[in-house]
Each structure stands twice: as structure tokens, then as C-alpha cells.
Design a binder for this molecule. Sequence first.
Ligand code: COA
Ligand code: AMP
Length: 634
Amino acid sequence: MKKLYDEVYKESIENPEKFWANEANKIHWYQKWDKVLDIVDGHYRWFVGGKMNTCYNALDIHIDQGRGGENALIYDSPVTNTKKIYTYYELRDEVAKTAGMLANKGVKKGDTVVIYMPMIPQAVTAMLACARIGAIHSVVFGGFAANELAIRINDAKPDVILSASCGIEVAKVIQYKPLLDEAIKLSTHKPTTCFIYQREQYVADMTTDRDVDWLQEMTKTKAVDCVPVDAIDPLYILYTSGTTGTPKGVIRSNGGHCVAMKWSMDNVYNAKTGDVYWAASDVGWVVGHSYIVYGPLIGGCATMIYEGKPVRTPDPGAFWRVCEEYKVNQLFAAPTAFRAIRREDPEGEWAKKYDLSSLKTIFVAGERCDSPTLHWTKKITSKDVMDHWWQTETGWAIVANPIGLEPMEVKPGSPTKAMPGFNLQVLDADGKECEAGTLGNLVLKLPLPPSCLMGIWQNDTRYKRSYLEFYDGYYLTGDSGYIDKDDYVWVMGRMDGVINVAGHRLSTGEMEEVVAKHPDIAECAVIGIDDQLKGEQPMGFVVLKEGATIDDETLIKDVVQLVRKEIGPVACFKIATVVDKLPKTRSGKILRGTMRSMADGKQWNMPSTIEDKTVLPDIEKSINDLGFPIKNKG
Ligand code: COA
Ligand code: AMP
């Protein structure tokens, strides 16, 4: 008899090793594990002693099972007018040759490789090629500036980087190669080889003795086979934002990740072998890692690389056109994408022009999904819309509606219930468990299930400090929320300086560090405020140094440009103002929460701990002068 959610969840919490060992039998192993779970100094290592290969589980296994002729990867690029479909045979051959190209330059198991690519098939083949030979990839999102790329190069220390000459953002050609050159100039660690995929929209200059033309190299290269790796060997490092300015390199292992991907494809997404699964994200984010590349392929689905936006490429019907054309079965996007479509097509006229009958379910994640967006998306598509909550650190859903296991009633605003292995609890500041319905810190009682981070690259202290030391025996998610009496989880927002702009995770602390570099600025604060399209957007407050003569307008232009140059356009840092003083408590803490309430038009009170009562009214006036809170938010 099929087990239902309650039973499966209970089993996973009470006997995690038995539960996950059973699930692990659903992927391919060259050699089974000796120990299901080993905990070493705060590190959760699943399937120790097991040998497998993630690329084998994503590609070769399907060929070995007779499905090589089925579609594996669909590339649709409205910005270049290109469409291309790869079967599993074709994708495997491409990946095996790319792996050969890396091996020819000496890349081997355990080496790091940085990938800085636009949304083209080669981004996927690059990642899988690394996995094939046991190299550890670190993909950097294209919207980050050279400085951010340099930070990651310095931390990951790759000898080899894979990149492309350019990306295309709607109609703008973004020259990636000059950004890469600049990053390498900035970094102290220097790679020895950069493979550059030249695109016709911009052909980059090559640096002699370092740069290699990717396509030419492929013609000289032989395919290589999968290399068995240990389950606990890292598959990738993915940098994500935290409270401080330095990004954290989340380490994901091979074995646990593969097992969790398989479980989630079956149970969270209800995706079947042969389905067309489309995560409209970017390979630079965790959604792209888990559900553009690994999950769908491990699940035997066809996955999509879409080089376009939900709107303007060319119209708000873009998503629906793709769903019809490729008979997409599962669509996964950030709520921002649907808000963008709604803004341009409020009545859903574009959706009516296309046949969406293949589409079974729509999934949203990456940021809080507001109920109006959820209702609207459901109404115009007549599909169920499932919210689910997770983070880079977990790699898959902490909370979801497990429609492949037991579909549950949707409560708009709640991503539903905790997934197996995630012992989710709500604790107050003193570490006491909160009652049902009471807001607190969302934490995971240890151990963490497979796929969750093995640590932070090169920084074990930060791993422990960021996640494990806040509450003894628990992992701190950084989100606040509550669990209601029906066990539904409600995620309310971050407790730290992390904000979500269009589903992109950014650190206000990092923005503050950049803004503070301006020679005329004495101190500054950056907060996240509500944004109707992107969920949140940053707002900066700067205090001038004594004697600074720069005019406010020039200063604001300078800091906006500085953030764009140092972090990248993706930060969307566009609003800032000059103030006389920042509001602080007597102990010197900036009252960011109060400032946010003001900008969002929420009730705020004068905190009793405030150092100077005159500051907050001045701040409120500055916020009003910027046009916030926005009236008639609708
Ligand atoms: N490479 C280079 N630049 C990039 C980039 C990339 N991969 N992705 C974004 N950028 C740039 C954009 O060109 C833009 O630059 P600009 O300030 O010069 O215009 C800036 O970063 C902000 O980009 P974006 O957040 O995409 O804003 P937008 O106004 O161009 O588009 C939406 C708005 C809503 C259409 C867009 O944000 C969107 O599609 N959101 C969906 C979110 C999503 O998929 N998130 C993934 C996480 S699950
Ligand atoms: P990232 O690591 O980039 O995936 O960002 C993770 C963060 O995004 C989480 O810690 C949450 O703050 C937020 N987030 C992701 N999904 C959701 C969701 N479904 N509801 C609310 N917040 C979400």
C-alpha cells in the first residue's frame, strides 16, 4: 500500500538512516556505502564509502536503460532566435567531449573549475562535464560584476575557467569576456586556462597562452567516461549571500544531492520519466543547479535552457509560448516572473492564445509568494500553483506540497509542510519552542537530510558560526516564520541582512561595505524595502563626512554606480538618500527594521532604546521625499 505523507515524514525523522538508505537505492552506485550517515565535527556526511557519479546518474544511465533517443535538453533563445534540442545521446556526447577538453588541460577529480556563462547549452555541458570527471564546479551568475567574480575566483582557486564571449539581456549584448579579464586582473589567484565559447553577437579578444577557443578545442578532443567519486566528494561550490560582505561558498556533495534530487523530482514535482520540466531560472542560482541541470536529468526528463525573460522577449506571452511549443509539463519560476507578466497582461489575454494542456502544475519559490500573484497565476492558467520554500544551503525544498506523494490543500501564502528529513521547528530568542501560530526563528533540528551543505568552502568557522552556533543542535535557516495548528509552515522573511530582489539573494551588508568605500561617506545603511514587481529592492541611507563638499545628487549617482560596478546590475541598487544621522540604539545598532517599516508604510514606534529621538522623524521625512511609502499599492 502506498504510504502517505504523515507516515513518510514520521519515518524520515524517527529513522533517517533507514529512510534515506531506502531512497538511495533508487540511484546508481558503483559501490554501496559503508555508513549511511556520519557526523564529523558538525558536518553531515551521507552515504560514506559509497561510490557513484552524478553525471552518470543524469545522462548515461538513461542511455543504458534504452532512452538515449529521448529529449534531454531543449534550448530556446528568443534573444538570438535560436532553438535546439539535444537527445540524451547528443547531450552525453557533448558533455563527454567537454570533460575531455578539461582533462586535456589537467583538470582531475577534486579540482575546482569556475563557470561564468550566459544561459546557453554550454553552461549545462560545462557543469555536467565537471561532474563527469569529479571536478568541483563553481558557477557564477552572469549579472555579477567583475569584482564579485574575482572574489569567487580567489576563494575557489580554479586553474581552469569556462566562459563565453557574451550574454544577451533582452536586446543588450553583455560582454562577459572583458568582465572575466577584469576579474582575473583583480584576483590574486590566476587561472592558467580560460575556455571561451565565442558567440557571433560579440567575438572576444583572446589572451595568448591563457585563453582557448572552446569550439575549436572540442574538434580536437576525445570523449571521456565517468569517473567514480565518493558520495561525500563535493559536486559543486555555490556562493551565496550572508550577513557580511563576503559570500559563502556552500559545498554540496555528490551522493546525498543525487538522492535528494531523485526524491524531489518524484514527490515534490511529480515529474515522470519523459516529462518536459522547465525551471525558468538561471544556472547561476541554486534553482538552476538543482532544477535546470541535475534534478530533471536525474529524473529522466527533458530540461530547458531558456535565454529570455518572462516579458519583453518579445511579449508577456513568452512563458505560454514555450509551454505550448515544447509541451512543458512542470513550470517552475520565481513569483517575480508572474508579477512581471501580470503587470503587462493583467487579464491574462496572452495565456489564452496558447494551448497549455500539457502543463500539469506550476511551482514557485525563491522569494515569498504573495497571495494575489498566486491567485492570478492560477486563474489565468487554470493550473495548480505550488509554493515551496528552500535555500541555496539545502539544495531542495524544506517545505513543499508533495503532490507526487500526497497532494494537500493549498493555503495561499504557505508553502505547505516540511519535507522528509527536515525536522523543522520554530524557536524563540531563548531557544524555547514556539507554540503553533507564534512567530519565531525557523530552524532545523539536526541532522540535516541529504543534499544539505557539507560546509562552507575554506571557512569552517563561518559554517559553524552562521548556521550551527545560534542554537545548540539546530541549523539556523535565517528565516522567520511560524507553523500553524495544521502543520502548515508560514515563512515571513529573513532575520539577517539578506534580501530577495526578483528572487535573487543579495546581502545588504555587502552593499553597505561597497557604499562605505566612497571617500565622502562617513557611514551608511542599506535596507530592503517592499517592491511591487521584484518583491524587495534595496534603499540606501548615507551620512557625509565632516567637511565633504560634494552635492547630494552627484554623491547618490556615484554610490549607485559604485554598487553596480562592484556587485553588479543584479543588485538593482537605485534608491539612496543623504541623511544627517543614522537612527541608532544606545548600544550603536542601526534601527534598520524601523526604517523599513517607514518605507513600507507600516506602523512604527519610537524604540525605547533609541540614542537620539530626533533622528527617526528626519529619516521618515527623507523616505517621504524619495516617494515612499508608495501610495495605493493595490
Ligand atoms: N547577465 C548579465 N546581466 C544580467 C543578468 C545576466 N545573467 N541577469 C540580469 N542582469 C542585469 C539586467 O540586464 C538588469 O540590468 P540593467 O539594470 O542594466 O537593466 C539587471 O541585471 C537587473 O535584472 P533583472 O532583475 O532581471 O531585472 P529586469 O528589469 O531586466 O527584469 C524581470 C525584470 C521581473 C523580468 C526579471 O527580474 C525576471 O525575469 N525575474 C524572474 C526572476 C528569476 O528568474 N529569478 C531566479 C531565481 S529563482
Ligand atoms: P536562495 O538561497 O537564493 O534560494 O534564497 C533563499 C531564501 O529565499 C530563503 O532563505 C528565503 O528567505 C527566501 N525564499 C525562498 N523560497 C521562498 C518561499 N517559497 N517563501 C518565502 N521565502 C522564500
